[in-house]
Write a protein that binds this ligand. Structure first.
Ligand SMILES: *Cc1c(COP(=O)(O)O)cnc(C)c1O
Length: 414
């Protein structure tokens, strides 16, 4: 049977062991699910994220139940695909079970084989690299750039080989990757670009939306993403053949010639009509959610940017960051470490989350990348965390949270 990796943080060596965050701190107040409008800051934790389901979700889901269309056929699937793709300035959307399989489906459609290489950032969520691993191809890592925290496109040229078949830029925490120079490299070498846009619904690069910046993209609609279907994902693309192929592969690769006749190894990666019903209602509100998150981020940054040792999240001149998570770095002159500040916030009922642990430090990928170092990703892992970021967050809550950070700073230096 499968055995887990036995690598511990100590096995990484003293320096890297210090990069890996500890356990999450205990929250002071137990969760009470009460509406935000009845909010009493002293009796409710502020979760790091939660969905906002204030539109037509209920109406559309009831329609599925009442009409008996609850599985993976039904009108909400194409309606959601069309509307969401249009929001991404894309021609085609292919809905699927989650964000991980959206990436896997896209890579599977390329026909990747062992020996092929796929370049991705080390600073990402595990799903990005696992999607590559599922295909048998070899993941090749790249460090982040300090200014946007995204993959450093300038380092791409050094990583591209004759075996490179795909690049997966990840629009981290809602900030788009610098795509023009990336696409230039990719086109020059005939490499496929599959954006991991799981965190970047509505984000823009030079006025163009994430999801339509590469050859295809994978989105997630997990409960903490900017729009959600509970579980769900979608591929967006402008390539008709790619859309048709991924649509076929998500449904066991049934052939159109005759039933039960299969010419590819397909998958069951389908989304249900009920999930798509929620997704359609969510997409109708997507631009409002994006504006809320941007407004919330502006307020957070306004309140936090003068506090010594707090680095507020980036937004390049060419970028529209959608602040999927409002992310900050804690530097030495704050007077408390990142983990101490998180514990302080937890004692005041504020839930937070540390940044990703880079892929080269993951127990399961440790051997594959042994000895490789990615200093920017390691710094981000050591110093970064995100504050509550739901679209439904109120100005009152943000002021409360920023006040606790300020109070922590004062206690730390006095
Ligand atoms: C959430 C996320 C995924 C995976 O999405 P699931 O729907 O949870 O499978 C992939 N990549 C990134 C960057 C994510 O944040």
């Amino acid at each position: 049977m499968l055995q887990p990796s036995t690598i511990t943080p100590q096995d990484l060596g003293q320096e890297l062991a210090a990069v890996v965050p500890g356990k999450d701190p205990e929250l002071a107040v137990t969760i009470k699910r009460i509406p935000v409008s009845q909010l009493d800051l002293s009796s409710r934790i502020i979760p790091v994220c939660e969905p906002t389901l204030g539109g037509k979700e209920k109406e559309y889901v009831l329609d599925c139940l009442e009409s008996n269309w609850i599985s993976s056929a039904g009108k909400y699937i194409p309606a959601f695909e069309e509307k969401f793709a249009a929001e991404c300035h894309c021609k085609y959307g292919v809905a699927c079970a989650n964000g991980t399989v959206a990436l896997h489906l896209g890579l599977a459609a390329l026909g990747l084989e062992p020996g092929d290489e796929v370049i991705l950032p080390t600073f990402t969520m595990i799903a990005t690299i696992n999607a590559v691993t599922y295909t048998g191809a070899t993941p090749i890592l790249i460090d982040s750039e300090p200014c946007t925290w995204n993959m450093d496109v300038e380092q791409l040229a050094r990583k591209i080989t004759s075996k490179t078949k795909a690049i997966i830029p990840v629009h981290t925490y809602g900030h788009p990757v610098d795509m023009d120079p990336l696409m230039e490299q990719a086109e020059k070498h005939g490499i496929f670009v599959m954006e991991d846009a799981a965190e970047a619904h509505g984000a823009e690069y030079k006025g163009r939306r994430a999801g339509g910046l590469g050859h295809a993209a994978g989105f997630s609609f997990y409960a903490n993403k900017i729009i959600t279907t509970g579980e769900g994902g979608m591929i967006t693309t402008n390539n008709a053949k790619f859309a048709a192929l991924t649509q076929n592969l998500r449904d066991h690769a049934f052939s159109s010639e005759r039933h039960f006749w299969h010419k590819y190894i397909g998958f069951n990666y389908r989304m249900t009509n009920m999930q798509a019903a929620v997704g359609l209602a969510q997409t109708e509100q997507m631009n409002d959610f994006v504006e809320s998150r941007r407004r919330n981020a502006a307020l957070y940054s306004h309140l936090l940017k003068e506090i010594p040792g707090i680095v507020t999240p980036p937004e390049a001149a060419w970028a529209k960051n959608v602040f999927w998570m409002y992310s900050i770095l804690v530097e030495d002159d704050f007077g408390m470490t990142r983990d101490q500040l998180r514990a302080y916030l937890a004692r005041h009922g504020v839930e937070t989350r540390t940044f990703f642990i880079p892929m080269h430090l993951q127990p399961i990928y440790y051997e594959a990348f042994k000895g490789q170092r990615y200093p920017v990703a390691e710094m981000l892992c050591q110093r970064g965390f995100y504050l509550p970021s739901a679209s439904s967050l109120t100005a009152q809550q943000i002021e409360y949270i920023a006040g606790i950070v300020q109070q922590a700073r004062e206690e730390a230096v006095n």
